[in-house]
Design a protein around this ligand. Structure first.
Ligand code: NAD
Ligand code: MG
Length: 392
């Protein structure tokens, strides 16, 4: 029986994780669930999954949740604040930690789980983008088991030789191909994309996801972040990671070997597949996902991404090649610009323009160690709020 903590349980990946866990009460039990401020979502998860403890980052939401639990006679302790996330991530009572918080906010709790030597399922890609080297070094040092849950990285992991551990150099690999659906704007006119609304950007053709990653998928910054994520997880140089548009989202990524073999992982676009794979690895368990019927599916298409429509990809590849603090700048600037876009404070087209401006302003910024990572991340966020006032 494995005990599981789900960081970000009320989100899209968090809910899919609980769906898979609830299919296997004989194998898994829930230790801790965490959320930022959705106390209603957390209340219904408490009713259903009876966690040993929950965390609400927001203190007012925590108070409301305690009150609601008390009135229903549910005895679930509610911790509050960001530090409590780390406490439940490293708790001796938990074996497996699902990292499904969105953005840089997941960095410290995920790292805490790694440092405690857990099996860590990483959906939350932003921390790997920010400081993948530091992360992978901590994985090795503390004997953690890092399993990629992002569907493309999970696919690559499944296509690598048996016994492969993340962070190692896989022998005989020529390249990996990250597939991308192309998002809702794949065929849109460049000018129309620049003026797209949040509703249009969040309407993904194949996947149902949280709003931040949906916007990233529309700009293809998501694929850029995933390129950097892949370099760290699989110890690859950026030039060995190719991005291929595949509108059907059935092939989740591929590994090409020196002998010319290409191994692909296929499946429905449903996060429960990579989640179940990570939970049970190297075993296989039922995930509630339908079979892929290739006959009724019909043709699968592959094409190069259009650099005019999706300039974010070029920025991310450049940040990956430059290294140092550039991936941190890319990620922090993007998080702020996406939040502004979703709040109606900037146009879709400005997201990538603002990220490009931040990369220019912070060009050459280095970054060694966790303190420096957090400091640069905070600097970029401040600069994004007031680029003129904080000229560098
Ligand atoms: P989401 O917005 O649906 O959920 C985010 C979760 O994080 C929620 O539980 C929320 O309460 C919590 N959270 C938000 N801000 C927080 C903060 N400051 N501190 C603590 N907790 C906070 O997001 P999602 O779509 O589930 O994505 C989660 C992560 O997984 C992201 O990094 C995303 O890139 C990655 N991912 C998601 C999918 C997908 O299908 N949704 C696929 C691949 C990777
Ligand atoms: Mg992905």
């Amino acid at each position: 029986m494995k005990s599981v903590t789900v960081l970000g349980s009320t989100g899209s990946v968090g809910q899919s994780t609980l769906d898979v866990l609830s299919r296997h009460p004989d194998r898994f039990r829930v230790h801790a669930l965490t959320a930022c401020r959705d106390e209603q979502g957390m209340l219904s998860q408490c009713r259903r999954h009876r966690p040993a403890v929950v965390v609400m980052v927001d203190t007012e939401a925590a108070a409301r949740l305690r009150e609601a639990l008390r009135s229903e006679g549910l005895e679930v302790p509610v911790l509050e604040g960001g530090d409590a996330l780390q406490a439940v991530a490293e708790a001796p009572e938990t074996d497996v930690v699902m990292a499904a918080i969105v953005g840089a906010a997941g960095l410290l709790p995920t790292l805490a789980a790694v440092r405690a030597g857990k099996r860590v399922l990483v959906a939350n890609k932003e921390p790997l983008v920010m400081c993948g080297d530091l992360f992978m070094a901590a994985v090795r040092e503390h004997g953690a088991e890092l399993l990629p849950i992002d569907s493309e990285h999970n696919a690559i992991f499944q296509c690598l030789p048996g016994g492969y551990r993340t962070g190692d150099t896989a022998r005989g690999v020529r390249s990996v191909m990250l597939t991308a659906s192309g998002g809702p704007f794949r065929t849109w006119d460049v000018n129309a994309i620049a003026g797209a609304t949040p509703e249009q950007a969040c309407k993904h053709p194949n996947w149902s996801m949280g709003r931040k990653i949906s916007v990233d998928s529309a700009s293809m910054m998501n694929k850029g972040l995933e390129l950097i994520e892949a370099c760290h997880l699989f110890s690859l140089e950026p030039e060995r990671v190719r991005v291929v548009i595949h509108p059907e989202s059935i092939v989740h990524s591929m590994v090409e070997y020196e002998d010319g073999s290409v191994i692909a992982q296929l499946g429905q676009p449903d996060m429960r597949t990579p989640i179940a794979s990570g939970l049970a690895w190297p075993e296989r368990i039922e995930a509630g996902v339908e079979s892929v019927d290739l006959v009724s599916q019909g043709a699968l298409h592959f094409q190069d991404p259009d650099p005019e429509r999706f300039p974010a990809l070029r920025l991310a590849r450049q940040a990956a090649e430059d290294g140092g603090g550039m991936p941190i700048v890319l990620n922090a600037a993007n998080e702020i610009a996406v939040a502004d876009f979703l709040a109606g404070r900037c146009r879709f087209g400005q997201i990538v323009e603002r990220v490009a401006a931040a990369l220019e302003a912070f060009a050459g910024a280095g970054c060694e160690g966790l303190e420096a990572v957090l400091a640069l991340d905070a600097d970029v966020r401040r600069w994004m709020q007031d680029p003129e006032g904080l000229a560098r």
